[in-house]
Design a protein around this ligand. Structure first.
Ligand code: PHE
Length: 368
């Protein structure tokens, strides 16, 4: 029997019954989709009936068209009702079987395995302390120009300080200039003063390089530079900032500090700062006692440096300091050998490292 023979109320009724029955019997979305294609797909039975309209005489076409349209509508409605039903049933099934026990302990994952390196931890602590004092963080590249690393900092070509730094030099360029692996963080002073207008309050933590290696020296180590430039900055400000910093980083209420006259080409006057400590058994008590440890260099920014960045020393002055970060980490967390810091030994990191979610904050405690 061809669908073309179908007459309204006859075979069409049989077709409708058959389709509605198949829809009701479809047990899942896949089966339902098959029924839909068989009825309404390109070569589906209803679709073929619609196509056959084109071959009919106009008077026949009208009545037959209405009937087929009605059929199509009822089958579509039945399909979507069945789909809603199957969707709901599937969801109910999943809700019943896929239960999550939210009272179970968290499975140990990568976050518990990983450790923050003590140097990163101390850098975060330092950033946190200086942010509280109103400093922002400045940056510069590890590969610096000779000019920024030395000349602009009042260290001219034949100055002996260049030898003291055991500098790693790159090959000379055609124009005679050469680049270096920065030997200290002070070039970031120059970059900052050239880019921004005073008042300035910045710190710059980063890697520095010098050809030197023993128990307390590695060819790459870390420093944080500090720079304050304003119109009425003096040594009292310098001393206060460094005292606040030392108390905060070592997490003690009083720190014995000693400012020793020293020399840096880029500061005048220049000082080195020692902090008092005492040994109790194997433990190092920081801030008290009669032994001294050097932890940083500092001073008032040299007028020549200000001139090199086009600041008038008659109007502006300020102070700078440079702190050895690895040094601080060794002291604070009792790690005797600096070389172990960079040996990438997982056992060492497990022992001395910090949990990633223990982020240092002043309010919550820096090291806990
Ligand atoms: N740049 C000096 C160093 O690496 C430290 C320092 C910084 C001293 C700023 C004074 C002022 O040795």
């Amino acid at each position: 029997m061809s669908v073309l023979d179908a007459t309204p109320g006859g075979d069409l009724q049989a077709l409708e019954n058959e389709l509605l029955e198949a829809i009701g019997a479809a047990g899942d979305l896949n089966a339902l989709e098959k029924v839909r294609i068989a009825a309404l797909g390109k070569k589906g039975r209803i679709s073929l009936l619609m196509k056959s309209l084109g071959t009919m005489a106009p008077e026949e076409r009208k009545a037959f068209g209405q009937t087929v349209n009605g059929l199509k509508q009822r089958v579509s409605d039945a399909l979507s009702a069945r789909k809603d039903h199957l969707d709901a049933a599937e969801l109910a099934g999943r809700l019943a079987t896929e239960q999550v026990d939210i009272s179970l302990a968290v499975r140990p994952g990568p976050l518990r395995e990983g450790r923050i390196h003590p140097v990163s931890q101390v850098m975060d602590e330092i950033n946190e302390i200086f942010a509280d004092l109103g400093f922002s963080v400045a940056e510069g590249p590890d590969i610096e120009s000779d000019y920024n690393n030395f000349t602009a900092l009042n260290i001219p070509l034949e100055h002996p300080a260049r030898q003291e730094h055991d500098t790693f030099y790159f090959n000379e360029k055609a124009d005679g200039s050469r680049r270096v692996l920065r030997t200290h963080m002070s070039p970031v002073q120059i970059r900052t003063m050239l880019q921004e207008k005073p008042p300035l309050r910045i710190i710059a933590p980063g890697r520095v390089y010098r050809g030197d290696s023993d128990q307390t020296h590695t060819p790459m180590f870390h420093q944080v530079e500090g720079l304050v430039i304003d119109t009425e900055t003096h040594m009292g400000h310098l001393k206060w900032v460094l005292e606040e910093f030392c108390k905060a980083i070592f997490e003690v209420d009083i720190v014995k500090m000693r400012f020793r006259a020293s020399h840096f080409p880029f500061t005048e006057p220049s000082m080195e700062v020692d902090i008092g400590y005492t040994m109790v058994g194997n433990e190092m008590r920081i801030g008290e006692g009669d032994d001294w440890l050097e932890i940083l260099g500092c001073g008032m920014v040299h007028p020549n440096v200000l001139r090199n960045v086009n600041l008038d020393p008659e109007i502006y002055q300020g102070f700078a300091f440079g702190v050895g970060i690895d040094r601080i980490a060794m002291l604070k967390y009792g790690m005797p050998d600096l070389r172990a810091f960079f040996a990438a030994d997982l056992r060492w990191l497990k022992h001395y490292g910090f949990l990633p979610l223990d982020v240092p904050t002043l309010a919550g405690g820096l090291s806990r």
